[in-house]
Design a protein around this ligand. Structure first.
Ligand SMILES: [Zn+2]
Length: 176
């Protein structure tokens, strides 16, 4: 089993837009398995590919029903408004009240290439929107109003989060 290091805010890979997955091969399936392992180890309820340094439109999640993976997800509808205290594995130890649409409809594909479609609300909708943000290079600090964002960035600086994220290269794969 292998797991990845989760990339932390300040790492440029978290700020790039992910690209479509064009082929599901054995290497991708193994990567997804390792992403799931990484998610459980963190522990978290979702991990998007950019968080392990991979620019692909793909994320994994588990809200208690077992692990899932979605490829090339697309938000096709959202409505309502819901405020919730939201955190992120790439912004460790911190969370903020963030307003997002309450209900969404998301479509994508599973690893077998089948179309999948979820109509989600509240916590589940929140998780999907959070992971979709990662694929666009958006982090939760970007969802804050300007004053709160300024405060949040100052807190991150004080905590030395996102400072000196230079890595010796590679994908940060850690074997265990
Ligand atoms: Zn996150």
């Amino acid at each position: 089993m292998a797991s990845y290091d989760i990339r932390i805010i300040g790492d440029p890979v978290l700020r790039q837009r992910a690209r479509d997955v064009t082929e599901v091969d054995g290497a991708l399936v193994r990567m997804v398995d390792d992403m799931i392992e990484t998610m459980y180890e963190a522990p978290g309820i979702g991990v998007a590919a950019p968080q392990i340094g991979v620019q692909k439109k793909l994320f994994v999640w588990d809200l208690g029903d077992g692990p899932n993976a979605m490829i090339n997800p697309e938000l096709i509808e959202s409505d309502g408004e819901w405020t919730f205290d939201e955190g992120c594995l790439s912004v460790p130890g911190l969370s903020w009240e963030i307003v997002r649409p309450k209900r969404i409809h998301i479509v994508g594909r599973d690893l077998d290439g089948n179309e999948v479609s979820y109509e989600a609300d509240e916590f589940e909708a929140r998780m999907f929107q959070h992971e979709l943000d990662h694929l666009e290079g958006v982090l939760l600090v970007d969802r804050l109003d300007p004053d709160t964002r300024k405060e949040a960035l100052a807190t991150l600086r004080d905590l030395q989060i996102g400072v000196d994220r230079k890595r010796p290269g590679g994908l940060g794969l850690r074997l265990q």
